[in-house]
Design a protein around this ligand. Structure first.
Ligand SMILES: O=C(O)CCC(=O)C(=O)O
Length: 341
């Protein structure tokens, strides 16, 4: 009897062992599959110029699969790209649509982001006041500032010293080029004229984010011929750094080891408020959503350039189309995941 009981126990033990080994094998298979899929999803990039070969990438029916390319974030150009784009721009002069020209000249600007996947739409607009322009996360709110407020900002800001950005060498090796004029307001300057005294409180209410995440507030002017080519507003990543690079360093940027772009340095929100409406050209265009927003006094738009983990949302690529005539002023508030300034 005793021997029989012992044999039964042994049998049960063996069966349990076999079952747990099978379960372990299954779960490691699942883990392996997930890791493999994760890698291939992360490594996918969109490539717009057909039949162009890039070292370390293979073409999969129009989608470039790059195992070796690091995920670079905000569209990094090599120095050769930068020089080619600048030469093309200079050759064309300052007339015509430079944004489109740069788009076709800078393939790498499109490479480093993950493939377009449907964004988790649960996030939604920051408050119910916003109208959804695109379900991937672009929102609009008319009347964020009154006409009196927009006119007053535009009239007063011009008596201050602006910062001009000329299209020469970009400060960072991104493919985003711009020409515009900005006025930057830091700290308590944001609660004084020419900005409305309660501006920060209003932005907090509309975006649902506290002011300690706000960067400086900017007013930007575009003269005819000015523009800002495709970019993501994501903020810098470790591999780019916030310092200026000289041309020698630029050459090596693609060879650097990819460092994660964590959420502390990147932007979780962009709020743009248009201060004028009488311009020709000069719309804000989201090429991957094919949505074009025309400036209108007091109109705000909001979108999230990165996801909660700080990774770039490829859908949010956008540009300021070339101003062809008239006047364009806007107010802009960038919002970081970390602490602002
Ligand atoms: O001027 C615009 O319409 C867009 C501005 C913009 O994208 C930016 O300043 O980051």
């Amino acid at each position: 009897m005793c021997v029989l009981v012992m044999m039964a126990h042994l049998f049960i033990l063996q069966a349990l062992l076999a079952l747990s080994t099978a379960l372990l094998a299954e779960s490691s298979l699942v883990r392996h599959t997930l890791a493999h899929e994760g890698r291939s999803i992360i490594a996918r990039g969109h490539f717009r110029l057909a039949r162009q070969r890039i070292h370390g990438c293979s073409d999969d029916d129009g989608v470039l699969l790059c195992q070796a390319l690091p995920e670079l974030g905000d569209g990094v150009c090599s120095s050769a790209d930068l020089h080619r784009i600048l030469a093309t721009l200079q050759h064309q002069g300052w007339h015509g649509d430079k944004v489109q020209l740069i788009r076709t000249e800078s393939p790498h600007g499109w490479l480093p982001v993950p493939a377009l996947q449907q964004r988790n739409t649960r996030l939604g607009p920051p408050t119910r006041a916003w109208q959804t322009l695109h379900s991937q996360g672009l929102y609009m709110l008319d009347g964020f500032l009154s006409e009196t407020e927009t006119d007053s900002i535009v009239a007063q800001v011009q008596s201050r010293q602006p910062i001009s950005s000329e299209v020469t060498e970009p400060v960072l090796p991104t493919c985003g080029f711009r020409r515009s004029t900005s006025w930057v307001f830091f700290g308590s300057q944001r609660q004084e004229a020419p900005l409305p005294i309660d501006l920060l409180a209003r932005i907090e209410g509309a975006t649902n984010v506290g002011r300690d995440h706000f960067e400086s507030t900017q007013v930007v002017e575009y003269h005819p011929g000015d523009f800002f080519s495709d970019h993501y507003d994501t903020g810098t990543c470790d591999h780019i750094g916030s310092k200026q690079m000289d041309l020698e360093e630029l050459k090596h940027v693609k060879l650097r080891k990819s460092l994660p772009c964590d959420d502390s340095t990147r932007r979780q929100g962009t709020l743009i408020v248009y201060l004028t409406d009488e311009c020709e050209g000069g719309a804000t265009y989201f090429p991957k959503l094919d949505v074009r927003v025309k400036p209108k006094k007091g109109r705000a738009i909001f979108f999230r350039p990165t996801r909660a983990d700080g990774s770039t949302d490829p859908w949010m690529l956008h540009s300021a189309e070339t101003m062809l005539g008239g006047k364009k002023f806007l107010l802009q508030q960038w919002i970081t995941h970390g602490t602002g300034w």
